[in-house]
Design a protein around this ligand. Sequence first.
Ligand code: ATP
Length: 202
Amino acid sequence: MKKIGLFGGTFDPVHNGHIHIARAFADELALELVVFLPAGDPYHKDSTQTSARHRFAMTELVMAADARFAVSDCDMVREGATYTFDTVQIFRQQFPGAQLWWLLGMDSLLQLHTWKKWQTLVQQVNIAVAARQGESLNRAPRELHGWIGEALQNGSLRLLNAPMYDVSSTAIRNTLAAGGSADEWLDRRVARYIGQQQLYRK
Ligand code: ATP
């Protein structure tokens, strides 16, 4: 059976933490493919987020880091707010019979109960979680307790063993805005792109 990983994010910018967990995800679950899904431009106007065009271009640059990586613009081309639930329906149609895994950092997992149709979603897609600084399953909200217990037991929720990579896009944006270098957290192709396009500088 084909095993496909789906990895949604803002990727503003994509960083070594993303690459690191995507690779661990592919290794631990023996995935053929990990599809990065950069989010579209926010539909509300007051966002300071980098345009989807740049975030997608940076994500494309890290595809060279691993032969199993792929990128899709499917969350960028849909109108209005995009929901993981709808993205998963697209992949279920495109790859009928495949085993789908959604990759998340622990911070995102702890918000899962706020996602559209989350209870149906977790029946349709398996979930893999990477540890993240300061976050643990013990902090899960009450709404998620029943599902977590059951899903850990039946194997549809997996915690990745990958060691934690302590970096965030926010820290990178702040460092660059203050005139510092974020090269140690970035793929060199992405670092070069940020420099050329003069992104994140104040
Ligand atoms: P920001 O700081 O802007 O919120 P971010 O670094 O969390 O960004 P996102 O694009 O929001 O990056 O993350 C996409 C997904 O990757 C989310 O599920 C997030 O939890 C996860 N993730 C990002 N960085 C890490 C990391 N260092 N370790 C584990 N998971 C991570």
